[in-house]
Write a protein that binds this ligand. Sequence first.
Ligand code: C6P
Length: 404
Amino acid sequence: MATDIKALRRDFPTLAQIVNGHPLVYLDNAATTQKPQPVLDALNHYYRDTNANVHRASHALSGQATRAFEQAREKVARFIHAPSAREIIWTRGTTEAINLVAFSLGRHVLQPGDEILLSTLEHHANIVPWQQAAAATGAVLKVIPLTDSAELDLDAAGALISERTKLLAIGHVSNALGQVNPVAELIRLAKAAGAVTLVDGAQAVGHFPVDVQALGCDFYAFSGHKMFAPTGIGVLYGRSEWLERMPPWQTGGEMIKTVSFEATTFNAPPFKFEAGTPNIAGAIALGAAVDYLQAQDRAALMRHEDALLRQLVDGLSAMADIRVIGRPRAGAVSFVMDDVHPQDLATLLDMQGIAVRTGHHCAMPLMQALALPQGTVRASLAFYNTDDDVAALLAGIDKARELL
Ligand code: C6P
């Protein structure tokens, strides 16, 4: 299948916006991706034609809504090669998915002195919930350091993993530096030590196919909005042997089997972890985003994104006053300009219609480790970006330099 990126771009209405008098050059995809028309249509269709609550009422619209909602769960299960849709829990996003595991499983299995292994590259969403779980249980955090090239130090990771390691929580792709971590290898080491493993896949699922069975992880978390679906919907994949044993974390309607004033019995997973009315439209629209991605030649999209990433890194590296941080491999490229505050550069780019992110990228410990207190400028790609977008950013930096 030939992939015509210019034609695919027409599926994303926002990409045609004029911003600050310029055609939008959208390079903030790690923060959130744009949404294709079929996803917008799925949202609209649900609210216009179906709107009803799920798993509750005995009427036609409720049946339709429930079927669409559960079909979306099955699509997501196939998308990440989960063995069963019963292992797919809807959440608000990656943050809520990780909090669910930290609160439910974390407080259930962690004992004083147990170790939770994270890495220096983690997003705050994969640090703070574990810090809280550690504070509640007496467990301690251990952190995999970086090598000189700002990659995860696998030797140090191997040395840190022991029978005290109860949990490994690791990002698949760094949102700040675009590095792809050797998660399969880390999971293998952690499992050999008997640890539970969680992968933060927020920055992976929109860029390359993910197979949770091949990875061998116990949990995998991601957000819809970073893979062309709406905000407010996300996924926690959890191995059923854990989901069966974990206590609920939020309680109320939907997650119960029976309630009396004396006692409550809980529904089976995944519903045990889905208290209250869920984001029905969001889940259905995430299913539409999965359909959209599956209909593309993903290998071709990956090759295209990869070529853009290399062009971007090469172009930036050729500038004497720019330093690319780390070894970007997927999505994001972080850089700093000599003697220029990242926000000043971003403002001058924004004036040219170029959207990038600056600052610590919700990875303050990483910025501290890299001695970058002002953070970086981050340009992040999706498959709908083009050579022209990369050229516009590079030319935009040249222009900003003249104005500084
Ligand atoms: N990163 C960024 O600009 P939520 O907000 O729950 O959808 O995702 C949180 C999250 C967790 N892990 C990683 C690796 C992430 O990149 C993010 C979100 C955005 O980098 C917003 S801070």
